[in-house]
Write a protein that binds this ligand. Structure first.
Ligand SMILES: Nc1ncnc2c1ncn2[C@@H]1O[C@H](COP(=O)(O)OP(=O)(O)OP(=O)(O)O)[C@@H](O)[C@H]1O
Ligand SMILES: [Mg+2]
Length: 363
């Protein structure tokens, strides 16, 4: 187990930076996810932690000890990649035993650790099979088994379940989280799938273009995104964004748009720094809007139904506004159909306003 500190770390390939001044503090025993789109620098960060890639600038510390110059084999880190890299001609047992054999463990110790790991992963009935005789999920468990028998200080998992089918991914999410909890080993888990990060991690680092955008708990990342980029990346269906204008009207600060005029709550007025007339970006998640075909009391967004989609237990309604289309998540009882006029109420504890220039969140 280890506490991992990443202090002002940069990674350059030639002259272009892939990781820019990254700071992360991963508590001992915690499950940390690095979340971001393809090319944002996730694997580069993992490879620097593992020692497979030179650190261009900054420091990485394990339990306060700088490890920049420590060879990979001395870092006591186990990595699992999307591509499991199992030995095709070795049995499951030998694949998992391999790192222990390389370290000169005695045969009975090897047997003990492999047995315990394969029981935990529920693959103890497959020990004599070769990788070609396993399903994708089983191969992935063998790769994880090979990582855990070493009892390392740190797990680095880089998109380990990205190419499994959706059902197996959902199953493996629970398994990996349970495994990390029962072993208590610090985990850094890379994914581009926001649902994986939100459902598994204690802390999430959201990266974009080599830069850390936000560091927080899943709830902070989802409910209090620091900027419009994080707000748009996290959440499915995605947050709706609308250009609107802040205005003063009769002592209130009102958000105006061709389809609505909605006053800000008093505590929100303080956060937008006064009421000077200006453009902002409003963000609201599909489930923070309620929709009806009859006009309710109070401020509403008026629109016209473009299309409805029944999604099992929920319904998604796409609504056409003057300048944009927004999406509302509602219940399957909703009876509106395409071309009906509709009225939406915003849950004002759950909407967001972003700066139009740099995208930072006022709230
Ligand atoms: N060995 C390399 N040489 C040059 N450029 C590289 C090298 N490895 C990665 N890059 C570049 O660095 C950037 C970050 O790559 P990285 O592999 O860290 O991204 P990632 O977040 O893991 O993406 P993905 O989700 O696609 O795996 C990308 O622009 C990539 O093209
Ligand atoms: Mg990668």
């Amino acid at each position: 187990m280890a506490r991992i500190s990443i202090n002002k770390v940069w990674k350059y390939y030639g002259t272009s930076p892939a990781v820019r001044e990254l700071n992360l503090e991963c508590d001992d025993g915690s499950f940390v996810s690095i979340l971001g789109p393809s090319g944002c620098g996730k694997s580069s960060t993992m490879r620097m932690i593992a020692g497979l890639e030179h650190i261009s600038a900054g420091d990485i510390l394990f339990d306060g000890q700088r490890i920049n110059d420590l060879p990979p084999k001395d870092r006591d880190v186990a990595m699992v990649f999307e591509n499991y890299a199992l030995y095709p001609h070795k049995s499951v047992f030998d694949n998992i035993a391999n790192p222990l054999r390389l370290r000169g463990f005695a045969a009975d110790k090897i047997k003990e650790r492999v047995t315990s790991a394969t029981k935990l992963l529920e693959i103890d009935h497959l020990l004599n099979r070769r990788p070609s005789e396993l399903s994708g999920g089983q191969k992935q468990r063998v790769a994880i088994g090979r990582a855990i028998v070493r009892e390392p200080k740190l797990f680095l998992f880089d998109e380990p379940i990205a190419h499994l089918d959706a059902k197996l991914r959902a199953h493996m999410r629970g398994e990996i989280k349970h495994l990390q909890r029962s072993l208590g080993t610090t985990m850094i888990y890379v994914t581009h799938d926001q649902l994986e990060a939100l459902s598994m991690a204690d802390m999430i680092a959201v990266m974009h273009d080599g830069e850390l955008q936000q560091w927080g708990t899943p709830s902070e990342i989802f409910n209090r995104p620091v900027n419009a980029w994080v707000a748009g990346f996290v959440g499915e269906p995605a947050m709706n964004f609308l250009s609107a204008e802040l205005r003063s009207e009769g002592g209130n600060t009102v958000l105006t748009h061709p389809n609505f005029n909605i006053p800000l709550l008093p505590q929100q007025v303080a956060l937008v720094n006064g009421s000077a007339k200006r453009e902002v970006r409003m963000g609201v998640r599909p489930d923070a809007l309620s929709i009806s075909t009859t006009r309710p009391d109070g401020p509403v967004i008026e629109g016209r139904i473009y299309v409805t989609e029944l999604l099992g237990g929920d319904m998604l309604v796409d609504v056409q506004l003057a300048d944009a289309r927004i999406r509302v998540k509602t219940s399957t009882d909703f009876t509106g159909v395409a071309d009906d006029a509709c009225y939406m109420t915003v849950n004002r504890d759950k909407w967001h306003l972003f700066d139009i220039e740099d995208g930072h969140a006022y709230f």
